[in-house]
Design a binder for this molecule. Structure first.
Ligand code: ATP
Ligand code: MG
Length: 587
């Protein structure tokens, strides 16, 4: 079906007036000092993320406003107000003192999306500790590796996760002094060398003076998704809170009455920056679902919780698409006003599907673990060009560069030309280092630019278009082919649910474009279907760019944060070692 290249926005689309409505003027007027003034700060120029997220509201008019609505796997629904969250995080922070840990020490959390995770993260920040939440589905090795790399002195986890993933390797983790266990169904735990979470909390006090951390003090440690190789530990500081606040306002358009749902797990940077911090900074209510993806459940949550702003990811959207439109149509979503997506390129087909399912376009945005916050976005007031990740936010200077032989870079200025996406240093949530990899960190910078490793184009209107990660770009018969373009064309075929495209070494072409697809419900892989999909791609892309080979897979290998692992498709295709697969989702 032919769709227009631009989705126009008009004022009649708004339920609330968008914060960012004049692209150029608001960027020109923007200053980080103004953002700092929106936050409270602590005496002596100190700044602490948890103070801004929790205590500022707990002492103000929003103290009885729900901060979190926790939806348990068994159907429980627990609400925590800002005042309650302040008390619980105070208890956690004050109890930490009894452990003899200090400001700057690292605390890890390994759990599902249960209230204790959120209390531990915010409580540790109050105590001036560095926090690192891990995916609860990681196996024992990835957990131990990360705990060791981050020199974790404290671990908050559940009894069953501890028994399955940590206990056996505890002898190899000498720096891990304290393990706090959340028991099943609130039961007290009594495993050796551990403390019961409830008992620990009872050692704390309801009142606590948040540690006056400096803006440049370490706050969060996030491991990258591991899409392209071994995950890196990106270190972030308290000053990142300025970015969390700014993007909550301009990219997610959060308003006081919002009910917000970020579907990302805090084991991934999105689930912390936008699943915990940004919504709290704006004093709104966040829905936290403990359950795993289930299309029916998700639609039910959107409807029954009255979600108004929804931040999700392409992989989740593709799974909803795979589950069929009927499920979406069985519900109504009168409160929903804004949908955003991050993590992977959002195929135009998914943007259109949003309009069919919710009467709302899905707004793609781009950032990385390293950038600590959203950098390039489609915001509610501005036209969308499906397939584009939008334009740089206020306070963000983006550019495209080419790396030169001598290690320097040159700027790519011409509209439509491809280059490596680069960001001018100076935004507050830039990572301050890769844990234990100083040289790698340094190699990310050239002069005043941070180089992202992603290739993109910018059109004449300043919209950025993702081409592919520099590692994934395919060189075939003299053409440079971005997998995103090919995958998006494949997804237009009615049978295709997911697509991953790689370059396979080839004698004459250099690389041959090979596609892997999984199918929507009701379709079976067959020779005729293969030919039909390849024919569709050829028509859309031309013979030089279209895949020459196509395999059907039941599903594509993905990271825990939901990204297609093309490097694994390639390694498996070529019979090469799979490399670091600690972040691979095992279904
Ligand atoms: P690793 O660095 O370990 O290989 P990763 O890069 O996937 O993993 P993240 O920091 O979680 O780890 O992901 C950031 C990357 O995800 C970006 O560099 C980009 O390649 C991709 N990405 C994120 N958002 C988008 C988007 N909207 N469009 C296209 N790609 C995106
Ligand atoms: Mg990366």
């Amino acid at each position: 079906m032919d769709r227009p290249a631009v989705i126009r926005k008009t004022a009649s689309d708004w339920r609330v007036a968008p914060h960012w409505h004049d692209y150029e003027a608001q960027r020109a007027d923007f200053s980080w000092d103004d953002v700092r003034r929106e936050l409270e700060g602590l005496p002596g120029g100190a700044l602490n993320i948890a103070h801004e997220a929790v205590d500022r509201h707990a002492r103000g008019p929003r103290r009885h406003h729900p901060a979190f609505v926790f939806l348990g796997e068994q159907g429980q629904r627990d609400v925590l107000t800002y005042a309650e969250l302040a008390t619980l995080t105070n208890r956690f922070a004050s109890a930490l003192a009894s452990l003899g840990v200090h400001r700057g020490d690292t605390l890890f959390v390994l759990s599902g999306r249960i209230p204790e995770l959120y209390i531990a993260v915010l409580g540790s920040l109050k105590a001036g500790m560095v926090v690192s939440p891990l995916f609860s589905a990681f196996g024992p090795e990835p957990v131990a590796t990360r705990l060791t790399l981050g020199a974790g002195r404290v671990l908050v986890t559940t009894e069953s996760l501890y028994q399955r993933k940590v206990e056996g390797l505890r002898g190899h983790l000498p720096q891990l002094e304290h393990v706090l266990l959340v028991g099943e169904k609130g039961r007290e735990t009594s495993l050796p060398d551990t403390l019961d979470f409830g008992r620990f909390m009872s050692c704390g006090t309801d009142v606590f003076d948040t540690v006056p951390t400096f803006p440049e003090d370490a706050a969060l440690l996030h491991f990258t998704s591991g899409t392209t190789g071994k995950p890196k530990g990106a270190q972030h500081v308290h000053k990142a809170v300025l970015m969390h606040w700014m993007t909550g306002k301009y990219a997610l358009d959060l308003h006081p009455g919002d009910i917000y749902w970020c579907t990302a797990d805090p084991g991934w940077v999105t689930g912390t920056s936008y699943g915990i911090i940004a919504p709290l900074l704006h004093g709104i209510t966040s829905v936290i679902d403990e359950g795993e993806f289930d299309a029916e459940r998700w639609y039910r949550i959107l409807q029954e919780e009255g979600v108004s702003v929804w931040y999700t990811a392409p992989t989740a959207i593709r799974m909803l698409m795979k589950a069929g439109m009927e499920l979406a149509k069985a519900r109504s979503f009168p409160q929903l006003r804004f949908i955003a997506s991050v993590g992977e390129p959002l195929n135009p087909e998914a943007v259109w599907w949003g309009i069919d399912a919710f009467s709302l376009a899905i707004h793609d945005n781009w950032w990385q673990t390293e950038t600590g916050g959203i950098m390039i976005a489609n915001a509610p007031a501005f036209d969308i060009k499906p397939g584009s990740m939008g334009r740089p936010l206020p306070g963000v200077e983006a550019g495209l560069v080419r790396r030169l032989q001598d290690g320097s870079i040159s700027l790519v200025e011409a509209p439509g030309e491809e280059g490596e996406l680069a960001l001018k240093k100076g935004w507050p949530s830039m990572m301050r280092g890769y844990l234990g990899e100083a040289a790698r960190y340094r190699s990310c910078f050239s002069g005043e630019w941070y180089l992202t490793g992603d290739l993109a184009r910018r059109d004449a209107d300043g919209y950025y278009w993702f081409v592919g990660r520099s590692d994934d770009v395919i060189k075939s018969a003299g053409h440079l082919i971005g997998p995103f373009e090919v995958e998006s064309a494949l997804l237009e075929h009615p049978a295709v649910a997911e697509a991953g495209v790689i370059g396979k070494p080839h004698e004459t072409l250099g690389e041959l474009v090979k596609a892997f697809v999984s199918l929507r419900h009701g379709f079976e892989g067959s020779e005729a279907l293969r030919r039909d999909i390849l024919g569709h791609a050829r028509k859309r892309l031309g013979a030089a760019v279209a895949p020459k080979e196509l395999d059907f897979l039941p599903s594509l290998p993905k990271t825990r944060s939901g990204k297609i692992m093309r490097r694994l498709l390639k390694a498996r295709e070529l019979g090469l070692p799979e490399g670091d697969i600690s972040a691979l989702e095992q279904s």
